[in-house]
Design a protein around this ligand. Structure first.
Ligand code: SAH
Ligand code: SF4
Length: 465
């Protein structure tokens, strides 16, 4: 269900009131916001919505928190390390409050959707004025109005609202690539993962909304559309339609224009041959499949509640490669799941070698409050897990280096996305490997033919062909 127009209008009225209040406060000058998003692309897409709402309320944006009237951290809860880092950074905000008592400090996103974290903010971070969860982003105008006009701090982590707010203004971080969420939330309850708890049940956006947004992005000149969901392959399951995502890919592919389509994440249990066929047949869909395996061992996969086994995963890869020989495959892997033995871990290493991934995102298991795995016995020490982690990284580095070496001298059509800190233009091959090259700014946002001159394991150096 979508949030009603009546509710969106109510928020619009709050936005108008906030704009006026802020102008009164700043003596007619535009107020300034500093916002920062942690975590996955889904969070980045939320951050772009939040920035859109802030700009509607009259905020301009600054990269310097010292000159901001409003500071917002959009947080990530997927691992403990992310949470610790965010709390460290929140601690550093206190000094800005001391020099600017009118400053509003706000935390939102996945961390804030956890009751124990909210308690910690209430008890130890008293200078945080506003905190809201992942379900009420569209209510930001009302929440900010209350922060500005009421005594005390404002917290809203209600999760009773699963409706999707459409029609908001989005302030995209780039004018070349755009994120396009197709689902929110997750139903899978992998035993290690906090996402279903902090993001709620899976909701698909309406087919027409997604398709219209894709058309509008192409019309605005975006050259890459990244479709997002925790499990894009289950897009539409809540409309009781199976395999709607491959149809969506085909329909977006049919939009006239020179642009690319990427998507993530595909859960192996729902990755169908139909999806792979659609990828193979759609010329705008890039040759990259992010298919997180998590572990190469069947017992561990079962304990993770992943609903596939090693053989099913490998069968998918074999089929995908039979129809797309140049397909690049990437994955996520968790090392040191509770009770994992060294032998079981070696099954992951052997799977990594067998598949030959282009890149891996590897994580040491991090217990998350409220998840099933957090209560399992976990006898392995952190030092041992760290050793396995390094073993895995070493194995992957060798696979990646052998793969990129084959690219020496090859020419790729690359969308020039940005100028990086080395002064080079940067983009990605169809298989999502980063490539950097010398070129003038006029190439930004265009497709360039780039020849690989120096292939490193994780980045290619090249020159315009
Ligand atoms: N929906 C995606 C993943 C989202 S979270 C999928 O199912 O593939 C991104 C990655 O973080 C996961 O794939 C997993 O590898 C890692 N991750 C999630 N929870 C974790 C935890 N508790 N400890 C370590 N890594 C975790
Ligand atoms: Fe987490 Fe599993 Fe859902 Fe991915 S599919 S978000 S890992 S519960």
């Amino acid at each position: 269900m979508a949030v009603s127009n009546e509710e969106l209008n109510r928020q619009f009225e709050y936005a108008t009131r906030v704009r006026q209040l802020l102008l009164d406060r700043t003596g007619g000058k535009s107020p300034k916001a500093f916002t920062h998003t942690y975590g996955c692309q889904g969070n980045v897409a939320d951050g772009e919505k939040i920035d859109g709402i802030l700009s509607e309320m009259g905020y301009e944006f600054t990269d310097d928190p010292a000159e901001a009237d409003f500071i917002l951290f959009n947080t990530c809860a997927v691992r403990e390390h992310a949470e610790d880092r965010i709390f460290g950074n929140v601690g550093r905000l206190k000094k800005y409050k001391e020099t600017n008592p009118n400053l509003i400090i706000c935390l939102c996103g996945c961390m804030v959707q956890q009751p124990h974290i909210v308690q910690r903010i209430k008890d130890h971070f008293r200078y945080v004025d506003l905190a809201f969860g992942t379900h009420v982003i569209y209510k930001l105008p009302e929440l900010l109005y209350r922060t500005l006009t009421e005594e005390g701090r404002v917290f809203d982590i209600s999760e009773d609202n699963n409706d999707i707010a459409e029609d908001g203004v989005i302030r995209h971080n780039s004018n070349i690539k755009a994120f396009l969420p197709v689902t929110y939330g997750c139903n899978n309850f992998c035993t290690y993962c906090v996402v279903p708890y902090v993001r709620g049940r899976e909701r698909s956006r309406s087919y027409d909304e997604v398709l219209n947004e894709a058309r509008s992005l192409v019309n605005q000149g975006y050259k890459e559309i990244m479709l997002l969901g925790q499990n894009v392959n289950s897009y539409g399951n809540d409309f009781h339609e199976k395999n709607l995502f491959p149809k969506l890919l085909r329909d977006i592919n049919d939009i006239p224009g020179d642009f690319l389509i990427r998507f993530m994440t595909s859960h192996p249990k729902d990755c169908s041959h139909e999806l792979l066929d659609a990828m193979a047949e759609c010329e705008k869909v890039e040759r990259h499949l992010h298919l997180p395996v998590q572990s190469g061992n069947d017992r561990v996969l079962k304990a993770m509640n992943r609903h596939y086994d090693r053989e099913h995963y490998l069968e998918l890869i074999r089929y995908a490669r039979s129809i797309m020989p140049d397909l690049s495959i990437t994955s996520d892997i968790i090392v040191g799941f509770p009770g994992e033995t060294h032998e079981e871990f070696l099954d992951t290493i052997s799977l990594v070698k067998e598949v030959g991934y282009s890149a891996l995102y590897t994580f040491i298991y991090s217990p998350r409050v409220g998840t099933k795995a957090a209560s399992l016995p976990d006898p392995m020490t952190r030092t041992e897990k760290q050793q396995w982690f390094e073993e895995l990284q070493f194995a992957q580095e060798q696979c990646a280096a052998a793969r990129t070496e084959q690219f020496r001298g090859q020419v790729f059509r690359v969308l020039a996305e940005k100028r990086n800190k080395h002064g080079k233009l940067e983009g990605r091959t169809s298989g999502n490997t980063m490539i950097e090259f010398d070129a003038p700014d006029s190439c930004l946002g265009t497709f360039c033919d780039v020849r690989v001159t120096e292939p490193l394991s994780f980045v290619l150096k090249g020159e315009l062909n």
